[in-house]
Write a protein that binds this ligand. Structure first.
Ligand code: PLP
Length: 429
């Protein structure tokens, strides 16, 4: 494959945009080479500026669960745009999306829309602090909750890919209020709760972690976390920015059978436009301004184009709940296929999968936390990534990310992917 035009565009972008990108992982620094510049996309495919067709396993990092340029979303946005793009005044469609989201996800009565997952998590923490009157939070190493200061402590995703899980610019005071536990390790949580009695407002967690590769919560861990939070009067925040409306109609709360106190959303809920949201029982949500004292606002929050994309997306999922099963089956098929090829070639690996989230870690040991994810062989990962790309398969350009399958992907596309892997696997040894 040729990447001449992408290379030229990247060089030009670097002159005006730091690192040439508006979000670090896009720069390919972890894997080397030239980022692919997209021309257009449809269904399961991306077409780049050099005329290459790529099968896409990222789906814009999650939102496009039904594939690129999904017609109902496109139509809704185009129609809406003709009537004005932003008003800074209430519109009916905000309530329509809120009603639908609340009807699909369990344990939430009210929802507030923002513009990104970062904003959703940042606001959820403020709400938890305002509600409980406590200041500290617990987060888990390798979990990523966006780029707000409080979360850039041992953060996953791009933060760890680029070697700055603790970012310069975050004050010591902020860092002191974020306590760090280990994923799938209740002892680490118990120690923090015991040492900070009566001071912890919330525990925030990715209920299925997708920002250190895909990491699955052990049942006893997530159940134990719920019990401990309830007992200690700590709010449990599920960051469902990735998992919400992806793992099932009701997201991870429903699939795991664990209720959270506050839930954050992003990605799928915006159908590919910039939307985040946070939601909880009325008792908690009514602490938000203008009803309550906890301040939170946004010029473009509830933007009509974004709401229409989200409404079209959630409506499509709500009316066709079989889509989650379909995605699950496709991802299982991919999982089994990759497993067979890597086993056949005797390449040490772990495949973690939950629903339509999956990742391949090149290590002998099971990967259940951040330390496990870091142990993966990055040289093998790079060869795997570039090998697959050279065959027209676009995987996340970092070992610390999950794939997000979309339902436009056909079994033929997956077979093509597995065939590509068969061809490149001998070079991964
Ligand atoms: N929370 C999780 C679990 C995420 O995966 C992400 C982004 O990938 C965020 C929060 C931040 O969302 P955004 O990038 O929309 O700010």
């Amino acid at each position: 494959m040729k990447y001449q035009r992408s290379s030229a565009l990247f060089r030009e972008a670097q002159r005006y945009i730091p690192g040439g990108v508006n979000s670090p992982v896009r720069a390919f620094k972890a894997v080397g080479g030239t980022p692919v510049f997209v021309k257009e996309a449809k269904g399961a495919y991306i077409y780049d500026v050099d005329g290459n067709r790529l099968i896409d396993y990222i789906s814009s990092w999650g939102p496009l669960i039904l594939g690129h340029a999904f017609e109902p979303v496109l139509e809704a946005v185009i129609e809406k745009a003709k009537k004005g793009t932003s008003f800074g005044m209430p519109t009916e469609i905000e309530t329509d999306l809120a009603r639908l989201a609340v009807s699909m996800a369990p344990n939430i009565d009210k929802i507030r829309f923002v513009n990104s997952g970062t904003e959703a998590c940042m606001s959820a923490i403020r709400l938890a602090r305002g509600f409980t009157g406590k200041e500290k939070i617990i987060k888990f190493a390798g979990c990523y909750h966006g780029h707000a200061d409080a979360f850039l402590i041992q953060a996953g995703s791009g933060a760890v890919t680029f070697g700055s899980p603790n970012s310069p610019g975050v004050t010591q005071g902020t860092a002191n209020d974020t306590l760090l536990a280990r994923y799938n390790d209740l002892n680490s949580v118990d120690e923090l709760i015991a040492a900070n009695q009566g001071e912890i407002a919330a525990v925030i967690i990715e209920p299925v972690a997708g920002n250190m590769g895909c990491i699955i919560p052990e049942e006893a861990f997530i159940q134990g976390l719920r019990e401990r939070c309830t007992k200690a009067g700590i709010l449990l925040i599920f960051d469902e920015v990735m998992t919400g409306f992806r793992l099932g109609r009701g997201g991870a709360q429903e699939v795991l059978g664990i209720p959270a106190d506050i839930v954050t959303y992003g990605k799928v809920i915006g159908g590919g436009l910039p939307v985040g949201a946070f939601a909880a029982r009325s008792e908690i949500m009514d602490h938000l301004a203008p009803e309550g004292p906890v301040y939170q606002a946004g010029t473009l929050s509830g933007n009509p184009l974004a709401m229409s994309a989200g409404l079209a997306m959630l409506t499509a999922l709500n009316e066709n709940p079989g889509v989650f099963d379909s995605l699950d089956k496709k991802t299982r098929y991919l999982h089994k296929g990759i497993e067979e090829i890597l086993m056949d070639q005797e390449i040490p690996h772990q495949i973690n999968r939950f629903g339509s989230m999956i990742s391949v870690h090149f290590t002998e040991e099971p990967v259940v936390d951040f330390e496990g994810a870091v142990r993966g062989n990055n040289d093998t990962f790079k060869a795997y990534f570039h090998g697959m790309l050279s065959k027209g398969v676009y995987l996340p350009p970092s070992a610390f990310e999950s794939y997000f399958l979309n339902d436009a992907l056909s079994y033929e596309d997956i077979d093509f992917t597995l065939d590509a892997l068969k061809q490149i696997a001998p070079k991964l040894k």
